[in-house]
Design a protein around this ligand. Sequence first.
Ligand code: 5GP
Length: 190
Amino acid sequence: MEGKLIIISAPSGCGKSTIIGHIMDEGTRDLRFSVSATNRSPRPGEQHGVHYYFLSDEEFKSRVSTGDFVEFEEVYPGRYYGTLRSEIESNLKSGHNIVLDIDVKGGVNVKRQFGDRAISIFIEPPSIDALRSRLEGRGTDSPEVIEERIGRAEYELSFAPQYDCRIVNDNLDTAIRETAEVIDSFIARK
Ligand code: 5GP
């Protein structure tokens, strides 16, 4: 049987990476992570081929023109991210399920292409105010950057109704459990 796609999107600061990391690390499910391509620079600790395929602007453009992407988006001005066909097709054919951590437009696009073979999960904060306190609590961003992130979060939240399933991350353990349950029942579905 062919594998399935699990699409996960969320505004930044909603704990998406933590939730995905936990579920993948449990190691109890046949899940492979779809490594995206991007033209942004690696952050400290990020490895090519593990976190992303880090491409130059030219390489990214050339792979767009050769049709190598299932989808790609300019998620931030000048910063492109895309899902490579090669990354998902062979895994799907050999029956592995694939987790895609992609932005809202990419998520809706992939769901449209794959229909019932994909589930789209949206992780959301309990409220915009809760997200603001969380970002302020991290102490890593200036007030201007926080307001920018909030503005973007509001835009991203407007896509939530297009997702198959919404998980509110109020309590991390609960959000992990709920996400895992959604994934398990989707994988078990014939
Ligand atoms: P970051 O630069 O923080 O790793 O990721 C920024 C955003 O890009 C996140 O919302 C992430 O989900 C999104 N993203 C990562 N890979 C892809 C991709 O292949 N396609 C799309 N559309 N978005 C992606």
